[in-house]
Design a protein around this ligand. Structure first.
Ligand SMILES: [Mn+2]
Length: 422
């Protein structure tokens, strides 16, 4: 079935229903996609119940008594149980699908099935936005794409939709520094309170040196910050992220601000607050802003100590222990991009009561060289009776306690390359 045909079939299903069960993912893209769908349903005066879930099987969800389900930013992996449920289900996904839907009742709108690359040209929110067809909801398409790291200039379908909104003057864009911080009072405070980029020796500490630079031209400021990142060993693909487009959104905040607030919601397990904010709840907005400062402070302190301690190097990987499970993915991702050696992926290990949990992160540079952390984590974890998987650039594993050494040896064996022999 063509994309347009699927979209109109899905819209018909909504028209015929009074109540829709919405399921989406817990991360920034998932919350953004849910924001689009729930705003759309509210405008249509439809009842809905929305849950934001971490990776789960949807089989039990499909057992609920509902006339219509909309699944965002996931669902394609559950195509079999969707079809078996006999329910009306709309899937809006951008993860690699297993196959087309064979059921009349399951409308699977997945970018990949229509020649659109789901890692670089469309995210879950893009598919939700395409379905809703409401320019006023473009804010969330953009935050979703930022959340899934699809650039700020955008490509493919993302670009087409953003260009359309620019042309109609619903949004505008400006080239700008992109600093993910909690205090943007002045440049010095931005550098001091920034988690991405993490400026070695300055973020989380006093960045007095920046004071002088602040008086200079925008160009001089940009080159100064770029030089800092080069000096601390960041590679081109990471440095490129420092400057990009920031969009002014109809929501009344910048794309960077919306992304940052939703990112906090994901990190602090309060995705529902992010959705409430997206539906216009002021109190939720204020609470998220307040919590963001605490969260960033905690993150920056952790990153500064990670910078001091460093990671343990092996031939094919580097690792560190992190006792804060909720922060391990963030530390690992930011550590990988701004603190550690750029030549091998980073792993964070956390011992919980029952298991050792591992977060693994790479860079776009390593991916180009053939790194695939999803496969490496899966294989190394299975070797020690654990499980693992994820994406090429970001993956994770859970293994039995006390098996770290064996796991690290096997991961190192796989990751020391050459990657194409994995
Ligand atoms: Mn996504």
């Amino acid at each position: 079935m063509e994309l347009d045909e699927k979209l109109s079939k899905a819209r018909d299903l909504v028209e015929q229903s009074d109540f829709v069960r919405v399921i989406s993912h817990h991360d920034v893209d998932g919350i953004s996609a849910a924001a689009i769908i729930t705003n759309f349903l509210r405008n249509k005066k439809k009842g809905f119940l929305c849950s934001l879930l971490k990776n789960v099987e949807l089989k039990s969800i499909f057992e609920e008594e509902n006339e219509l389900f909309i699944i965002c930013d996931m669902g394609s992996a559950d195509i079999e149980s969707a079809e078996a449920s006999g329910k009306n289900i709309i899937i809006l996904d951008h993860h690699q699908p297993l196959r087309e839907s064979k059921s009349e009742k399951v409308v699977q709108i997945n970018s990949h099935l229509h020649g659109i690359n789901g890692s670089s040209e469309a995210c879950g929110s893009t598919m939700a936005y395409l379905f809703a067809g409401d320019l006023n909801l473009i804010s969330f398409m953009i935050s979703g794409a930022l959340g899934d790291r699809q650039g700020t200039e955008f490509k493919g379908l993302n670009r087409r939709l953003v260009d359309e909104a620019l042309e109609k003057k619903v949004i505008d864009k400006k080239m700008s520094l992109i600093i993910d911080c909690y205090d943007n009072k002045n440049l010095q405070r931005m550098v001091e309170s920034s988690i991405a980029p993490f400026f070695k020796g300055l973020s989380g500490r006093s960045a007095d040196v920046v004071k002088e630079i602040e008086k200079k031209s925008e160009k001089a400021i940009n080159s100064f910050l770029l030089a800092l990142l080069i000096e601390q060993g960041c590679r081109e693909d990471v440095i490129d992220d420092l400057i990009g487009y920031v969009y002014r959104l109809p929501l009344g905040m910048s794309s960077q601000e919306l992304y940052s607030l939703l990112n906090v919601c994901d990190g602090l397990d309060m995705a529902e607050k992010g959705l409430a904010m997206a539906l216009g709840d002021k109190e939720s907005y204020e609470e998220i802003v307040k919590r963001r400062e605490q969260y960033y402070k905690r993150a920056i302190a952790g990153l500064a100590s990670l910078e001091e301690k460093g990671a343990v190097k092996m031939e094919g990987l580097q690792y560190f222990y992190c006792d804060d499970l909720g922060m391990s993915g963030l530390y690992c991702g930011i550590g990988m991009r701004y603190i550690f050696d750029q030549g091998v992926p980073a792993l964070a290990l956390t011992n919980t009561k029952d298991h050792t949990k591992i977060s693994a992160r790479g860079t776009r540079y390593l991916i180009k060289k053939g790194l695939n952390l999803a496969i490496a984590m899966k294989k190394a974890a299975e070797k020690v009776n654990g499980s693992g998987g994820g994406h090429d650039i970001a993956a994770g594993a859970t293994i039995p306690l006390g098996m770290e050494e064996e796991f690290l040896m096997e991961a190192n064996r796989i990751l020391k390359g050459p990657y194409d022999q994995v």
